[in-house]
Design a protein around this ligand. Sequence first.
Ligand code: GLA
Length: 424
Amino acid sequence: MQKSFLTRGRLAAVGVASAAIVAAGAVAAGASDRHRATDVAATATSITSEPWGSANGQSVNLYTLKNSHGMTVTITNYGGIVQSIDVPDRNGKVANVALGFSTLAGYLQNNSTSPGASGTTYFGAIIGRYANRIANGQFTLNGVTYHLPQNNGTNTLHGGPNAWNTKVWAATPSNNAQGAHLTLTYTDPAGTNGFPGTVHATVEYTLTQDNALRITYSATTDAPTVINLTNHSYFNLAGEGSGGVQGQTMMINANSYTPVNANLIPTGVLAPVAGTAFDFRTPKPIGQDINNGDTQLVLAHGFDHNWVLNRTGTGLSLAARAADPVSGRVLTTWTTEPGVQFYTGNFLQGDLVGTSGKTYRQTDGFTLETQHFPDSPNQPSFPSTVLNPGTPFHSETVYQFSVAGSGGDSSNTHSGDRHSGKRH
Ligand code: GLA
């Protein structure tokens, strides 16, 4: 049975990037309000839930967040996975732009010890407690060396085995002036995968009326630890399962990136992108330079690197803009984080059947994992990922969808620096 958390409201138009929804009951009756009453239905956001099986002996739901501008996002509280993102193109035609599986069983299988040749893909999942790699499965904090399970060669990847992407999160749906929300919480006990400190994490997904999927991450700890949180959605702006993204354009707002060694661990150098395949400062097709023989592209089998974002202030700042020239869909990413991992699905080998029944092959999607830099616990020159008691972690990322006509895109108007989102 489907539960509904629907709030109907009318557009009250505050600011460029958000729309306020006022409860229908607050709209006065009367002739002049009849028009507004029509708007009420037209501007509603909603969130519903349905049972979606069980994992780790706990029941799991699938939540459907909708707005009235053609966007629908489904999210499960298993791993906080964004399972689908339906977005209209410039002609209003809707496609699911997120790679994923059609059933919970697909995700459970991919997270199991036999994930298939593509390995664990982390499709759409919340990644914690440490996104990306920690070299040699160890780090030293306040004089103590912590040993973590090595689940990626000698590295610890994405928090280690059975990390936050495999947990059933407590979920609270709601709907208000800012949009449809799903608030997820999870407590990661001290010692799990070797990390010190019990971490209480809250991730809130919001679908707004202006076609943004906003993600806020908060965390506290009871002992010093390290933290790096992201979402691992893979996007294909032509629709998942439609083939490669090489023809889609990417702009990354970064003058430098962090080159890696053969284990995909940053060397510590912040290398200028100028004159390399890594220069996405002006939009270019993702496939333009991907085969150009750059040693870094050979090591990673494509793009799988952290870009050092050109930040302005401490709030939301422009990270990247991707566009599909055919459909006109545009994805603009804003974040409070200092880096973004642009990964071109290099490990996808055609052995996984995705949501619409098509297999996923290398370069069939890309991720924009906003984050602190990989291996920061072992790299003193990188921005710190230490989380201490009494100084909560907070970060925010916005995936803003829009469409471009033949002349440009309509996503340049997002009001960025509205929130302070730094580590305190
Ligand atoms: C991140 C990593 C990649 C890969 C994917 C998951 O993007 O940087 O190397 O492990 O996650 O497949």
